[in-house]
Write a protein that binds this ligand. Sequence first.
Ligand code: ADP
Length: 168
Amino acid sequence: MKEKEATLVLIKPDGLAKSLTGNVLTRLSEAKLEIAASKCLRVSRQLAEEHYKALRDKPFYNELIDYIMGKYHDRKKVMALVYVGPGAILRVRELSGATNPEEADPTTIRGQYGRITTKGVYENVVHASANAQDAEREIKLWFEPGEIIFPLYPTQPIETTVKKRIWS
Ligand code: ADP
C-alpha cells in the first residue's frame, strides 16, 4: 500500500449550506489520514466543467454543474481538501458511501446526510476521488503546488508577471 497516497475531497454546497462541515470532517478523521491542504472557494463554470468532464454526456450533467457551482444553495461555495496517507482513496470512498444517497449505507456520510432532490439531483454532500489517476488529476486541478503542505507531485519553477492583490 502506498504510504503517501493522496485523494481529493470536496464538501459540496449542500454540505456547507446544511452546516455539515464539522460532521464530515469528524467522520473522515476515522480514516486516520493527514490533511495536506484545505480551502473554501466559489466554483467557476470552467472548474466545474473540467472537474466533471468525464460525465459530459450524462443526462444529469447540466444539473450537476449547477449543483457543484452552488446554484441551488445560498452558500455558493465548496470546501476542498487533500487527504494523504496509506490507502487514502479507498478509505475516504468507503466513509463517503455510494453515489446514490438513497442506496448508500446509512452509516456513511452520503447515507447519513445525502438526499435526491425533486429535480433528481443527487445531493450527496461529498466528492471523493475514485482512483489514483483521478486523484492526481483532481488535486492538480483544485490546488496549486504551494497550497499543499508537502510536495506530492513534481513541480517546475516558472517566471511570471501576474498582477496580484495584496493587503493594503
Ligand atoms: P461519484 O461522485 O460517487 O464518484 P460519479 O462520478 O458517477 O460518482 O458522479 C458524480 C456526481 O454526479 C455524483 O456524486 C452525484 O452528485 C452526481 N450523479 C451521479 N449519478 C447521478 C444520477 N444518476 N442522477 C443525478 N446525479 C447523479
